[in-house]
Design a protein. Structure first.
Length: 364
């Protein structure tokens, strides 16, 4: 029906914002471990994320010994990050503990930006609970049922990355989280390549997730190389992603880890400005109707039924007596076949714009 109120769809309270389909994106600056073990650098990255307009600054909490065995092979571009063992790489950046994250959460709060942190072990789930408004679950843990149960038991919103996952695996993860106590779940399309080549981004999968999970919000975790137009993020959002996560650095030229495929504050500013322009273009409603600024155009650019030749009072109007011209201040041609056959109540000159009071039915 033309006047029906559209279903607002699923909603999720994520930090300071309530998200729903069509929301401006909730932007997560994924600092991860790009602080390289420096608390001062971590604080600076939070400040840059806030300056660039991100909604959240996110970190990663893990211990190399509980995350990877010592012979876990690399799965990233080793021309950019030459470390050949996952354990060796994670060991470089696992020096932050609870005290550091408490301080970083406080710094985020002071700057008006949400603090998020992906836990990779049970201990991190515990100490992060009072610090984060939601848990982020990495793609690698989507099949880690006991870990998902532990996170779900906290009852917080969950942002779940789905890199390298099948729909059956996503179903299992969502079901596990729901049964465990998580009700607000956002699914992030993600490709588990570092970096992700554009031809492998497969952003259409966002629409596939929306179709498969109509009662869930969907987002995008990006590993493509940023360009000047932030194309991947813009396209992902236009396809329906309401959460956008991307690695964040203060210097994209730094060697190693996640600097080389990250965005910096310039990229972030550019994206948030583009999003503001996009949402100005999109408007607030998807219900087609005239807007206020069209009022003058609607009146003057539309046509009215107009007298085509002189008509005497008492004449019965025929098609030949009438035409349709601008402006639209008289009877609309919608009423053409109701006007033809009526009687003129007064003399009508050529080009007069007809009104109902000029006419009567023949039997009146």
């Amino acid at each position: 029906m033309g006047n029906s109120v559209p279903d607002p769809g699923p909603q999720v309270l994520l930090g300071r914002r309530t998200l729903h389909p069509g929301s401006p994106p909730y932007v997560i600056a994924e600092i991860g471990v790009n602080h390289e073990g420096s608390l001062a650098q971590a604080r600076q990255l939070i400040e840059l994320a806030a300056e660039g307009g991100a909604d959240a600054a996110k970190f990663q909490s893990y211990s190399a010994d509980t995350l990877a065995s010592r012979d876990s092979p690399a799965y990233w571009d080793m021309t950019k990050e030459p470390t050949s063992s996952q354990h060796e790489l994670f060991e470089k950046y696992s020096n932050f503990g609870e005290d550091e994250y408490v301080e970083l959460a406080s710094h985020c709060s002071a700057l008006g930006i949400d603090f998020l942190c992906t836990p990779f072990d049970d201990r991190s789930v515990e100490f992060l609970e009072p610090l984060v408004p939601a848990y982020k679950v990495a793609s690698a843990d989507i099949t880690n049922v006991p870990f998902l149960q532990r996170i779900a038991s906290r009852g917080k919103p969950v942002v779940l990355s789905t890199g390298a996952s099948t729909l059956a695996e996503i179903d299992l993860a969502v079901d596990t989280l729901e049964r465990g106590g998580s009700r607000e779940i956002v699914l992030l399309h993600c490709i588990l390549n570092y970096p992700t080549n554009n031809q492998n981004a497969h952003l259409r999968m966002i629409t596939g997730l929306l179709r498969a999970y109509p009662d869930r919000l969907v987002g995008y975790s990006d590993h493509t190389l940023p360009d000047d137009s932030m194309t991947a993020l813009v396209v992902a959002h236009l396809l329906g992603a309401v959460v956008i996560e991307k690695h964040f650095t203060h210097d994209k030229k730094l060697v190693g880890n996640d600097h080389y495929h990250a965005m910096d504050v310039t990229d972030l500013r550019r994206f948030t400005a583009l999003v503001a322009d996009i949402h100005q273009l999109l408007g607030l409603s998807d219900v087609k109707s005239p807007i206020a600024s069209e009022g003058v155009s609607r009146l003057n650019a539309r046509r009215s039924i107009v007298v085509n030749r002189p008509v005497k009072s008492g004449d019965v109007l025929t098609d030949e007596d009438l035409t349709y011209k601008r402006p639209g201040s008289g009877l609309s041609p919608i009423h053409w076949y109701d006007v033809v056959g009526r009687v003129a109540l007064r003399d009508l000159a050529v080009d007069e714009v007809l009104q109902w009071e000029d006419l009567a039915r023949r039997d009146d």
